[in-house]
Design a binder for this molecule. Structure first.
Ligand code: PHE
Length: 388
């Protein structure tokens, strides 16, 4: 057993135990013992390393917190929940390999993951084909749950998120001209850019330029130079935190002094680190705000802080919610078969999650509120809640 420490958040997150399955893949295990008849195996796939490592690690921490709580209280129907977590390093091919291993070799009863829509889209057909229920905590692209009746999510979807930010731009910020800078290789980014554009234009706004980059790029100066000539009021950048942070810096360097706007993909403590002062004054939509004073949110924050010594981000809250929705379904399912578990998840109704009340509709998506946050004074400051 070796110790697993995420280099990106070293010192911030608790150390999780892990063992190596192969040279390429890391397995983060909660326990070191082999499965026994008294355990229920659940799989998790996430980006524990790479440019989106905080997504995977925060989600993992949320899931582990939920599992430990239920195990400490006697488990599910007398059985201990055991989590097998695989790192996909932020790559769709690795996510597909990982879920294949979980369903064919480990024979897990359900899979939690992924965060990123592109990776959930790589996993979902495999879970569906093997008839193993999969719950993505936070993949917001509509196509994910369309893959089939074994695929669920506990977050809102991007047509809603795009509308939230388009309305915030026109109604609250009174912006008329917005540029779009989307990550062309990312299903989430492409979808969210389209949904934003649709509502923004319907509300009378103008997209002055719609341009793109690819995840992993480091230099955005040529796109930003072109954007500068269009004199937009803001730039909508529905990407993930690493690139968004760099884009914010390079925009400021070019004298492009307008706010950026984006979606849940910004949610990481790393955004503030990478973007520094340049990201201050920008806005994004999210699933949760740590400033929410609701008792269930504050209770979660207190428990999470007690275990990991940091304030949970939205990903941690979503990971926790995916886990407790699954646990609730396992408790309610009359037997531990794949169809019984699937049906129990599908019947999730008025379930209080940290990120809101969860009722799954016939598309296996919940309908939930979003929050708008502003990056200010090194924090994510709550602006408003938008109901569906
Ligand atoms: N919604 C993003 C996607 O579908 C993932 C994400 C969720 C990222 C929440 C950060 C926070 O790809």
């Amino acid at each position: 057993m070796k110790k697993f420490r995420n280099p990106l958040v070293a010192g911030l997150v608790a150390v999780a135990a892990f063992s190596l399955v192969s040279c390429a893949k890391k397995e983060v295990k909660m326990t070191s013992s082999a499965p026994t008849g008294n355990e229920l195996l659940v799989g998790e796939v996430g980006s524990m390393t790479g440019g989106e490592a905080t997504f995977g690690m925060s989600t993992h921490n949320g899931i582990v917190l939920a599992f430990e709580k239920v195990n400490a209280a006697g488990g599910v129907k007398g059985k201990t929940l055991k989590l097998i977590s695989l790192d996909d390093q932020g790559k769709p091919e690795e996510a597909a390999t990982a879920v294949t291993k979980l369903v064919t070799q480990d024979k897990v009863i359900a899979v939690l993951g992924e965060v990123a829509s592109s990776r959930s889209l790589a996993m979902a057909p495999i879970a569906q084909q093997n008839r193993v229920p999969m719950i993505t905590p936070s993949s917001t692209n509509p196509k994910v749950t369309e893959v089939g009746d074994f695929i669920f999510r506990v977050c809102f979807i991007d047509p809603f998120q795009g509308t939230v930010m388009a309305k915030f731009a026109t109604e609250t910020l009174k912006f008329k001209n917005v540029a779009i800078l989307r990550d062309i290789k990312n299903d989430y980014s492409v979808g969210l850019a389209n949904f934003f554009k649709e509502t923004f234009e319907k509300s009378g706004g103008k997209i002055t330029i719609d341009t793109s980059y690819s995840a992993g790029d480091m230099d955005f100066k040529s796109q930003l130079t072109t954007i500068r000539t269009k004199k937009p009021d803001a730039i909508f950048v529905p990407g993930y935190y690493t690139e968004v942070g760099l884009i914010a810096r390079q925009a400021k360097e070019l004298g492009l002094n307008v706010p950026l706007m984006g979606g849940d993909g910004w949610d990481s403590p790393k955004l503030k680190e990478i973007g520094g002062k340049a990201i201050e004054g920008s806005y994004f939509s999210n699933h949760y705000s740590e400033e929410d004073q609701s008792p269930h949110v504050q209770k979660f924050i207190a428990e999470y802080k007690a275990k990991y010594n940091i304030v949970p981000d939205g990903l941690a809250a979503m990971g926790y919610d995916a886990a407790i929705v699954l646990i609730d379904a396992l408790n309610k399912a009359p037997e531990m078969t794949n169809t019984a578990i699937r049906d129990a998840i599908a019947h999730t109704k008025d379930f209080q999650g940290v990120t809101g009340m969860i009722t799954l509709n016939e598309k296996r998506d919940p309908v939930k509120s979003a929050v708008v946050l502003k990056v200010a004074d090194g924090r994510f400051k709550y602006q408003s809640t938008v109901k569906p």
